[in-house]
Structures are given as C-alpha cells and as structure tokens.
Design a protein around this ligand. Sequence first.
Ligand SMILES: NC(=O)C1=CN([C@@H]2O[C@H](COP(=O)(O)OP(=O)(O)OC[C@H]3O[C@@H](n4cnc5c(N)ncnc54)[C@H](OP(=O)(O)O)[C@@H]3O)[C@@H](O)[C@H]2O)C=CC1
Ligand SMILES: Cc1cn([C@H]2C[C@H](O)[C@@H](COP(=O)(O)OP(=O)(O)O[C@H]3O[C@@H](C)C(=O)[C@@H](O)[C@H]3O)O2)c(=O)[nH]c1=O
Length: 283
Amino acid sequence: MKTVLVTGGDGQLASCIKDIESNYLDFKFIYKNASELDITNQEQIRNLFESNHFDWCINCAAYTAVDKAEAEPELAFKINAEGAKFLAEASRKHKVKLIHISTDFVFDGNETYPYSEQDRPNPINVYGASKLQGEKHIESILKEHFIIRTSWLYSKHGNNFVKTMLKLSQDRDKINVVNDQIGSPTHALDLAHAILKIINKNNNAFGLYHFSNQGEISWYHFATAIFSVFNRKINVQPIPSSKYKTLAKRPRYSVLETNKIATEFQVEIKGWKTALAEFVQLQ
Ligand SMILES: NC(=O)C1=CN([C@@H]2O[C@H](COP(=O)(O)OP(=O)(O)OC[C@H]3O[C@@H](n4cnc5c(N)ncnc54)[C@H](OP(=O)(O)O)[C@@H]3O)[C@@H](O)[C@H]2O)C=CC1
Ligand SMILES: Cc1cn([C@H]2C[C@H](O)[C@@H](COP(=O)(O)OP(=O)(O)O[C@H]3O[C@@H](C)C(=O)[C@@H](O)[C@H]3O)O2)c(=O)[nH]c1=O
C-alpha cells in the first residue's frame, strides 16, 4: 500500500481526487486542508513528513484568486512559490515524489499556436508569476517531481467559471463575456484521473507536462456552451477585454499542447465539449 498526501484538501482539484480515489485501492490517500497543513509553515511540513511515511505528495494547495493576487502579491508568492519550495525540500529529504499543479497563466498569450513544455513562460500577472516561481523552486530542489500545467478548471466543487455562469443565469437576463481570451476549459475530474494514472504507472519520466481538455474557445463561447447544455435562457453578449475591467491582465491565448502527457502516460485527452457533456451528466 502506497501513501499519498494531498495538500489543499478542501479545494476543487483535491475534491475531484477524493471522488475517484476508490478506483485506486492500492493507495491510501491522506488529505490535509489549509487549517490542518499550511504549506507556508515549514515547521508544520517538517513535523508532518517526519511523523508519517508518504510515497507521494500531490500539491493541490494554491492561491488561485487571480485578481486579488494583484493587490496581495506577497501572499500569492508565499503560497504558490515558497509553499511549493517547502514541500519540495521535505519531499527531497524524505524521498517523496511530488506532483505539483501549475497553470496556463505562466504564458503571456502572445502566441497563436498551443504552448508546449518547451515554450518560454512569461507571466503577465502576479498569480502567473507566483506559479512560475513555484515551478522553478521545485525543478531546482527535487528531481522526482511532476509539474502539470493545466487551464480553465471547472467541476462541481469549489468556485469556477461554470458555476459562476450558472449562478448569473439565475440572477440576470443579460451578461457580457469577453471573447478575445482563448483557452481550453478543463474538467478537473479529468485532471484528477490523469494525476492518479501517473501515480499508478509510477515510472521515472519526471518533469514538466501540460494537461487540458482539447480544443480552443473564448470565455464567451464557453459561456454560450454552458447555457446551451444547461438549457438556460439568458442573453450573452461578446465583448473585448478592454470593456471588462479586471485587476489582473489575462493572456490573450493560453492553449496548452498535450501530446507529451498523452504519449508518456497514455492519458486520454477528451475534447472540451465531451468533457462538458460528461459534467452535465454528473449533476
Ligand atoms: N482553478 C483553475 O482554473 C486552475 C487551477 N490551476 C492550479 O490547479 C491547482 C488546484 O486548483 P483548484 O483546486 O482549482 O484551487 P482551489 O482554490 O479550489 O483550491 C486550492 C486550495 O488550497 C488551499 N490553500 C490556500 N492556501 C493554502 C496554504 N497556505 N496551505 C494549504 N492550503 C492552502 C485553499 O484553501 P482555502 O480555500 O481555505 O484558502 C484551497 O482549498 C492549483 O495549483 C492552481 O493553481 C491551474 C489552472 C487552472
Ligand atoms: C464573471 C465574468 C467573467 N468574465 C471574464 C473575466 C475573465 O477574463 C474571464 C474568466 O473569468 P474568471 O475570473 O472566472 O476566471 P479566472 O480566474 O481568470 O480563471 C483562471 O483561474 C486561474 C486560477 C487559472 O489558473 C487559469 O487557468 C484560469 O482558469 O471571464 C466576463 O467577461 N464576464 C463575466 O460575467
């Protein structure tokens, strides 16, 4: 029996892992939420790793409030960069393999083709910069790591764009949604499956991977698709980002190329429409 520590245990992705953990009976999952394990507290991490044996750590803990991060960059860096560093240090000391989740927002969005693992990151907001710093810490400290960048996560858990749209459709007749930011919406449950597949396979192909559902759309098109599959009547207007003021800039294009993870781990890359249809079935 292998033991897997999951940090950020009450968050969206960790909750999706919980939903499917019963398919992996050879693993024992230990979830720690933010009050049980604060990843910015090195002492707490040390104590936990010293008093337990973990084979794997999946770091689902993060600061994910993209706009708020512009106003509190120290906290975003503390959690996304320093917290990741502390976990990597403890993982190295105790020979734990670390799976860390990062984001499409490490890219500036100036390209027009899907970003591969070789493309140069150049974040344009605090959240992206803090996540990139977390990646760098892990890469420099611990060989036995998998960093998985993903994009536009949604699921039945936590806060996400799909739930925001469904809520807005109850409260309003009309909304405006940006149509000049292009990406790939990703069902967090599919990411959870990919992560557990990596753990189950247990090979040594450590390093950086991209995972998302396939296909590229704007937030506007995603909103119209959500209202269509949920049969919600609401007037949705496409607008440029310049007409939707936010504290953080977001990449214009942040589609991820996913061939590497598909080839190395035989991970299925579903189209975003299929994934959204499956999500609807789960409601
Ligand atoms: N959501 C998305 O669209 C995307 C997310 N990602 C990445 O995927 C990963 C998972 O994201 P997701 O599940 O959606 O995020 P959530 O915000 O749902 O979950 C993050 C969890 O981390 C917890 N947390 C915050 N600070 C700490 C801390 N100091 N110590 C321990 N736990 C802490 C939060 O607790 P609390 O709520 O109590 O603060 C929350 O439960 C993250 O690394 C994120 O950057 C990548 C691309 C897209
Ligand atoms: C609610 C709303 C948002 N928008 C825009 C704002 C923004 O440009 C875009 C997405 O909005 P959100 O704030 O929900 O999503 P955002 O927090 O930007 O999502 C990002 O989160 C982080 C954690 C990631 O890592 C990214 O991959 C990505 O998922 O939609 C509208 O145009 N109209 C609306 O009514």
